[in-house]
Ligand binder design. Sequence first.
Ligand SMILES: [Zn+2]
Length: 320
Amino acid sequence: MQKFFILLKSTFFRWWFMVTLLYSSSATCPCCGRQGCPVGLGFSAILGFIFVSLAKLLVKIARARKLLFGRILCFFGVLSLACLLSSCVTPPVPRQAAQPCALNLPPSLPPATRSDILHTVAPGENLWRISKMYDVPSERIISANNLVSKEPVLKKGQKLLIPGASPVAPVISLYASSKWKYIIIHHSATDEGNSLAFDKAHQRRGWSGLGYHFVIDNGTKGKKDGQIEVSPRWLKQKDGSHCRAAGMNSRAIGICLVGNFNNERPSAKQMESLVFLVNKLKKYYKIPSRRILGHGQVDGASTDCPGKRFPWREFYSRIE
Ligand SMILES: [Zn+2]
């Protein structure tokens, strides 16, 4: 026990503790890209130990050789090495390409289920996303549409022929972030709609485009029933513009289901997609069920959104 306290008081331990603390507060875990996870802390502690041991060794050599300003030189040497190494693990790596996930669909479907379709480019969609959604290589889409560039800039509303498209699958990118604490569910209170239509409507209100992070379609306006559309706000990890009450715009993921649920219930496919999406986000961002709310359940919000007929009991029973 006494030895332990002597160790705690030692200069080596103090330096080790300081370097580990500094390192873990500035760098992120090389495995998961998050800050403060146990693996990242362990990694920082090991690196801290290596740095301080190295510094100690260098000071010893400098002392033995009586180098002028040896200690100062060593200190800065080790510090720059620490900075150099820490740049390998920062900043957090966005998981866009690593985390696309499909809704109960195999990655590649047999040719019989494929067909040529005309796709209207929605807000935030690029060729990579559309290629994943329909499981068709970008090169095929480029040649089918005579696109000049290999990385064409697509315009919202642009029509694209997708040759041999599979049934549309959601491509949900997940990003390491501590911003998202709540999930808020809305209905569009319209019979029809899609992300492009709401984007235009929200722009007319003076907002910077579509206010939600996700839209779940109901089979109108050229979209499939239950199709999940990802908004540019999600792709850029920007605040929503869907629920001003309780400061939710900056900490809640906004999901809108197309339909008016004061008159009807969401379709079975919309519910299936909603449950899939919420479970995915809930698990990744560690959001407890009590923080998954309807717009009208937020303190200070005076709205009946997402409608009187939204099936809350069924929804919560399917949330994992
Ligand atoms: Zn709402």
